[in-house]
Design a protein around this ligand. Structure first.
Ligand SMILES: C[S@@+](CC[C@H](N)C(=O)[O-])C[C@H]1O[C@@H](n2cnc3c(N)ncnc32)[C@H](O)[C@@H]1O
Length: 233
């Protein structure tokens, strides 16, 4: 997925306010599980939520991508970071809170793997623990053949990322073309991402099957909604 673009991930997503998002996540946890002390961020990417959340929790991270994890290691070197697949991982310990943010869950690709991921996260929660999942888009809102441009314009880093949206069955296809300008020259590359368009019912069924009681905040952190699920005590 991010194999070609890992080195510019933070620049591409520099518009995201990780500090405010993490503060909101902390607030949601405090309201439901005051005294929560340990937190695992699944699909932690470059560790920008971990960097903030460690102010309140003893944090750990897990991600599939070794290049993104390397960046996370540089950012939060003292944090316990693991390489693994969210659809089937075992860290041998449990947490008060598990998060899976910025629509990473969509990358699991199928309803069966969604169930596997929610079950694996559930298996890492203490009784009464919280699972907070920021979903990817639902099938009804995904528009195909829509070009999108993201640009970064810093003194020594210029990025133009053109995306064309597509769809194959339940998968949203994002075909990215990158142009990166630095003092070393201009680099171009492509990347294709596939993220499953799960329905609200499919998310709810996956949470119910893993024994959670789930709430849905339609706005969430960035307008994509947020599932807040609590395991049985
Ligand atoms: C959009 S990024 C979000 C990263 C980070 N949570 C953030 O907010 O910046 C999606 C992340 O999901 C990770 N990912 C995708 N599939 C995964 C899987 N099966 N298991 C673990 N991580 C996965 C990617 O490597 C990437 O870090």
């Amino acid at each position: 997925m991010f194999t070609n673009s890992a080195h510019i991930y933070d620049a591409v997503y520099s518009f995201k306010d990780y500090e405010a998002e993490s503060a909101r996540v902390h607030e949601l946890i405090e309201e439901r599980l005051p005294g929560a002390a340990t937190l695992l961020d699944v699909a932690c990417g470059t560790g920008k939520h971990l960097e903030q959340l460690r102010a309140w929790y003893e944090v750990s991270g897990l991600d599939l991508d070794p290049k993104l994890l390397e960046i996370a290691k540089d950012r939060v070197g003292d944090v316990d970071l693991h390489q693994g697949d969210m659809t089937g991982f075992s860290l041998g310990r449990r947490f008060d809170v598990v998060t899976c943010l910025f629509s990473s869950i969509g990358y699991v690709g199928t309803v069966k793997r969604l169930g596997g991921a929610i079950a694996a996260m559930a298996a890492h929660l203490d009784p009464g623990g919280l699972l907070i999942v920021e979903p990817w888009l639902t099938p009804d809102v995904w528009v195909v053949d829509r070009p999108h441009l993201l640009s970064v314009d810093e003194p020594d880093l210029k990025i133009a990322r053109m995306t064309m949206s597509g769809r194959e069955g339940r998968l949203a296809i994002m075909s990215f073309e990158y142009l990166i300008g630095t003092p070393a020259g201009i680099e171009t590359f492509s990347e294709r991402h596939e993220a499953a368009l799960f329905t609200d019912e499919e998310y709810r069924e996956a949470f119910a099957a893993a024994g959670f009681v789930v709430e849905h905040d339609p706005e969430g952190l960035i307008g994509r909604g947020l599932y807040i699920a609590q395991s049985a005590r």
